[in-house]
Each structure stands twice: as structure tokens, then as C-alpha cells.
Design a protein around this ligand. Structure first.
Ligand code: E4P
Length: 218
């Protein structure tokens, strides 16, 4: 299972990378705006900075919603670095753009996926990754994890090469349940990754080991 961090914050990306378990980064226009990144030059420079930190898989999202615009932006983003994966929204022109960019040998991530039918279309169009949003479905009282299970099942039925990238992950149980279901990738904020470290018995156990060691050596 791959771990991606869902942020445009360079400190968080460095911290996750330093932990040694990071496989990539996903961003979106909201996350870029949160870091105050605006203007084409700054956006490109920021993606370059992210690519300098991680080994692979930096999802950069297009802003256009028409086919020509998405292709133009997608080609520009792909030029930044081989690590870039062009993120395309699940809309009619987006499906066409996924197909076009895939044929050009550019990796793609189909975002804003909320149904198995949308995931099927993304796979048919050749997307490298499909991003179903768990948390946002949970927010409207719909089981986001059930969607992940449906997509994993459908892709297995037909041997689609598209990887299931579980997105909009809010807490560790989302992540662990995605692992149980068999999602290929999870993308989440830094705190979800670091929270996996936590267990009170680990803390208590370590405290006791160190105390016993100190006693024996004093
Ligand atoms: C990932 O690609 C999405 O941008 C992200 O996971 C959305 O998460 P949110 O619902 O917490 O904004």
C-alpha cells in the first residue's frame, strides 16, 4: 500500500518524507490556496519544490474544465517534472482529457469521484489513479468506505490497471479500513500518518523498559 500526503505544505511533506514511509503527494486548488500559492509562476515553482522533496507521484490539479484547457494545462504541468501526475476532475471533458493524456504517456489521477460508475469511467479512460473521496461521502451520511470496496471489487473483476487512491481521509480508522479493503494508495494529512504511531501500551512499555534498564545500571 502506498502512502501519499494530502497537502501543499512543504514542512509537512518534508516531515512525512523524513519518516521514510512516503510514496507521494496529492494537492488540489484548495490546498495550494491554503499555502498562499497564486500565479502561474509561483504554482510551477511550488510543484518543483515538492518534486525536489519526494521520489515520485506528485499530483497537480488542472483548473480548466474544458477539454482543450485541461490538455493545455496537463501538458504544462507534466513538463515540470517526470514525478508529476496530472489530476483531472471527473466530468465529461475530464474523461476525454484522461484518455488523451494517457495516450500521450502522461500519468493521471481522476479526482472528485463519488460513485462506482465514475470510477469505472476513469478506468476505461486509462487513468493511472482514481480518487474516491471517503470523508466527503461520510459527511453526507453515505458510507465512503463502501465505495472503496466497490471500486476495488470492480477493478479486480476486470483487471483494470488503475490504482485506487483513497482520498478525503479524516482519521486513522479510515486508513486502516482502506488497507483491509485493499485500496492501492491512501492520501491523508500528516497527522493521520503520524497518529498511526500512537499506542498507550507502547509508551508504557518503553517507559518500563527504560526504568528497569536504569535501575539495573545504577
Ligand atoms: C485528494 O486528492 C483530495 O484533494 C483530498 O483528499 C480531499 O480531501 P478533503 O475532503 O479533506 O478536502
Amino acid at each position: 500500500m502506498k502512502f501519499f500526503i494530502d497537502t501543499a505544505n512543504l514542512d509537512d511533506i518534508r516531515e512525512a518524507h523524513d519518516l521514510g514511509v512516503l510514496d507521494g503527494v496529492t494537492t488540489n486548488p484548495s490546498l495550494m490556496a491554503k499555502e498562499g500559492i497564486k500565479g502561474q509562476e509561483n504554482v510551477i515553482a511550488h510543484y518543483k519544490a515538492i518534486c525536489d522533496i519526494v521520489e515520485n507521484n506528485v499530483s497537480a490539479e488542472v483548473i480548466s474544465t474544458d477539454f482543450e484547457g485541461m490538455i493545455r494545462e496537463g501538458l504544462e504541468l507534466a513538463k515540470i517534472d517526470d514525478k508529476i501526475v496530472v489530476k483531472i476532475p471527473m466530468i465529461r471533458d475530464g474523461v476525454k482529457a484522461l484518455k488523451y493524456l494517457t495516450n500521450e504517456g502522461i500519468r493521471t489521477n481522476c479526482t472528485l469521484v463519488f460513485s462506482p460508475g465514475q470510477a469505472l469511467l476513469a478506468a476505461k479512460a486509462g487513468a493511472s489513479y482514481v480518487s474516491p473521496f471517503i470523508g466527503r461521502l461520510d459527511d453526507i451520511s453515505t458510507d465512503g468506505l463502501e465505495l472503496i470496496a466497490q471500486i476495488v471489487h470492480i477493478y479486480q473483476n476486470y483487471g483494470f490497471g488503475t490504482e485506487v487512491l483513497a482520498a478525503s481521509i479524516r482519521h486513522t480508522m479510515h486508513l486502516i479500513q482502506c488497507a483491509e479493503i485493499g485500496a492501492d494508495v491512501v492520501t491523508c494529512p500528516l497527522n493521520v500518518i503520524t497518529s498511526l504511531l500512537n499506542h498507550p501500551l507502547t509508551d508504557q512499555g518503553l517507559e518500563k523498559f527504560l526504568a528497569d534498564h536504569k535501575k539495573a545500571n545504577s
